[in-house]
Ligand binder design. Sequence first.
Ligand code: NCD
Length: 349
Amino acid sequence: MSAEPADAPPAAEPRVGIGRHLLSVADLGREGIAEVLRVAEAFAEVERRAIPKVPTLRGRAVATVFFEESTRTRLSFETAAKRLSADVLSFGVSNSSVKKGESLRDTVETIEAMGIDALIVRHPSSGAPHQVARWAERARVINAGDGWHEHPTQALLDCFTVRQVLAERFGADPEGIGCFDGLRVLLVGDIRHSRVARSEILAYSALGATVTLAAPRTLLPPSLEGWPVRVADDFDTALAEADVVSLLRLQAERGSGEFVPSLREYTTHWGLTTRRVGLLSERAIVTHPGPMVRGVEISGDVADLPLTVATRQVTNGVAVRMAVLFLLLGAGGGLEADAPVEELQAAHG
Ligand code: NCD
């Protein structure tokens, strides 16, 4: 485990389906991603019901174990688990025995000893959820963001949202993954420190999209060898060619400030300003994992344009996380759950 990123996203080995844990997008491969998106579609339908709750994970207990701040990821997982009728426990480091010096291992073993079925782990150190997965005897582990390394469910919900928008606006297949073939995705900003970028690169490229990076040299990883990406020569041209623009926040808490001369200069060169939006094709979609820092990576006006789908990403995050929990805990995930509602069984094939 280290505070350094695991260097390159390894090319996503095409493994089929979801395994015991969800630690990396590479655990899923193309088929696994497609399966999560397909099941999430059924849960998005559940969410539109008057009472958006199903008994699928009744009797299961899920804990969010967050060693780092979070607004949307924690709430999203907790909402997802509650909509599946699981019991939800919330562990926050600031009011825990970690403050008294308890180790990660002892903390995890303590939580697992209470009969928890899934640990949803966020940690500032890359690799921490992998370590937790090695210690966990029966609980499933989901990586909710580890250091600079990965944030798999964020990438999954980004793909889900892009497909949904493409289906609505341009009639793409709302269920399949064909819409990603040749899709031109541009990642902009602090790639170096971004776990979202690493997971998105794996997910989009596994689905057949082409991924281009646009960032100051200092905010690119020291080496891109083996990454399935190209680096844009010119930001304005790259914007004009993009179907999807994924904006990333400067990760100040991971030291990004040392890599840019000033925020003003960063915004001038790399911010999505109103002028730059004018360069985008009319089909372009702008995603942002949040939290957005208006006036830095995105101007306030652009954040509120319909082409920016950040709020929709948050909404879809719940359905995608319901799908992940269902696939790990409720659908032959080794722990027998009550029979899921009919639609979900159908969705799962
Ligand atoms: C991201 C994260 O924490 O990695 N946010 C999120 O989970 N929605 C991105 C960020 O913090 O910039």
